[in-house]
Design a protein around this ligand. Structure first.
Ligand code: ATP
Ligand code: MG
Length: 398
């Protein structure tokens, strides 16, 4: 059996000077942490190389690497010597093993050793002729079904039939720490992923309707966390049973203000959690005008009671695009399960859509928001995820 490797490219890390090596190091560490000690990760000529154990599925490992922020693309490759016969036969064998039989191909050879007896063009021609003679495939240089890369470096030849597009963005650990409000709906997991992709470590915060409702939404959000955790950028998700506090708020404020006040309390709890976690800002999945609580006035009213910065990475996105991204990052199906979080509890018949800021401030002044915050922090449960840039705060140990 041939040895396997995955080459990892990182375009965006084309940052200047000292940053570049810090970021590459960070990406290398993240890949190594997520794959574990069975897969040594090294740097070679401006790329990262992952050694894949011969009995492991190289394509599956490549898919896992592709999910890691900072990765531009992954090229799973077979390693052979410099013997032409071996190059021919491994190329042929792997072409035949492709799940979707191609009709056309090209060879893209690269040789960094001038002591190899053939030029790149000669390798293209020789390997190409061998494939044409031994299969029904045709050569197509401009739009081939499969582009076979044959790279000769040092004493070895790497043969690759696919290149997998990576997550892009920046390596986790290069952009600070955020608390992300995750509802279990479609939007907030996507918003969280977008910030993780830019290199931030996220800590999720969910509000369930327990004890008024079951804890199903907590399980749903923890499951969504398992998917987001493939990036290595999710440290932990906290879940707060919010139903009782909502009941109390509902009995104290005008019905049309309820949703906005629940939201402001959520933000206040998130701000307190950010302090405990030493996180620098919050994230939500809001998008301008998408629902009644997300009109410009209401978004402003939601942020009004807080000092911490709130990022809304989906603010200018259409639902259609958010859904497409949710499908791509694999959270869509989990998010589409009809499970109620706290948002369905004590809903008014006609929520305020363009609230006046003074009205909401007056209503909030009647409430003991600090005691709600304390109760929420006290009753939170959580789940941890593999993240080498997350350290749990000492103050929360139960
Ligand atoms: P989503 O698809 O993320 O559920 P949405 O379209 O349902 O969003 P809203 O219900 O107005 O919109 O929620 C807006 C944002 O507020 C969410 O994206 C999320 O960041 C936060 N949020 C709402 N409900 C919850 C909840 N139960 N727990 C944590 N955060 C929440
Ligand atoms: Mg929702």
């Amino acid at each position: 059996m041939n040895a396997h490797v995955c080459f990892v490219s990182y375009h965006e890390l084309g940052l200047k000077g000292k940053n570049r090596s810090v970021f590459t190091r960070c990406l290398q560490d993240n890949i190594s942490f997520l794959l574990g000690p069975r897969y040594p990760v090294r740097r070679i000529q401006g790329r990262i190389l992952v050694d894949v154990a011969p009995d492991a599925d190289m394509y599956e490992i490549a898919q896992r690497i592709a999910l890691i922020p900072g990765v531009a693309n992954v090229t799973p490759s077979f390693v052979v010597g410099r013997d032409l016969d071996e190059i021919y036969h491994v190329t042929l064998r792997e072409l035949k093993a492709l799940p979707l039989a191609p009709e056309t191909f090209r060879i893209t050879a690269k040789r960094s050793n001038t002591d190899f007896e053939m030029t790149s063009q000669q390798i293209n021609e020789q390997v190409g002729s061998f494939i044409v003679e031994n299969t029904d495939l045709r050569v197509d240089l401009s739009e081939p079904d499969v582009n076979i890369r044959v790279t000769i470096v040092g004493g070895q030849t790497y043969i690759a039939l696919t290149k997998i597009e990576g997550a892009g963005g920046l390596p986790v650990g290069s952009s600070g720490k955020l608390v992300s409000l995750i509802s279990g709906g479609i939007d907030s997991p996507v918003a969280t992923w977008r910030m993780i992709r830019r290199g931030a470590v996220c800590i999720g915060l969910h509000f369930s309707g327990a004890p008024e409702l079951s804890d199903a939404s907590t399980r749903q959000v923890f499951d969504i966390g398992e998917v987001l955790a493939h990036t290595g950028g999710l440290g932990r998700i906290y879940s707060v049973p919010f139903g009782q506090i909502q009941r109390e708020i509902a009995s104290l404020v005008y019905p049309d203000l309820r949703i906005l006040i629940y939201r402001r309390v959520m933000i206040a709890v998130a701000e307190a959690l950010a302090r405990i976690e030493s996180a620098q800002a919050l994230v939500t999945g809001e998008s301008l005008g998408q629902v009644a609580s997300q009109t410009l006035e209401n978004l402003i009213a939601t942020s009004d009671g807080t000092n911490i910065t709130i990022f809304r990475p989906l603010i200018g996105d259409d639902k259609h695009d958010i859904v497409a991204l949710a499908k791509r990052i694999d959270t869509f199906e989990l998010s589409s399960q009809a499970i109620d979080d706290c948002c369905t509890l004590f809903m008014p018949r006609t929520p305020e859509t363009h609230v006046k800021i003074e009205r909401i401030r007056e209503a909030c002044a009647q409430l003991d928001i600090d005691s709600y915050i304390a109760r929420c922090i006290d009753t939170m449960s959580w789940r941890d995820y593999p993240c080498n840039h997350y350290q749990a705060p000492k103050t929360l140990l139960k």
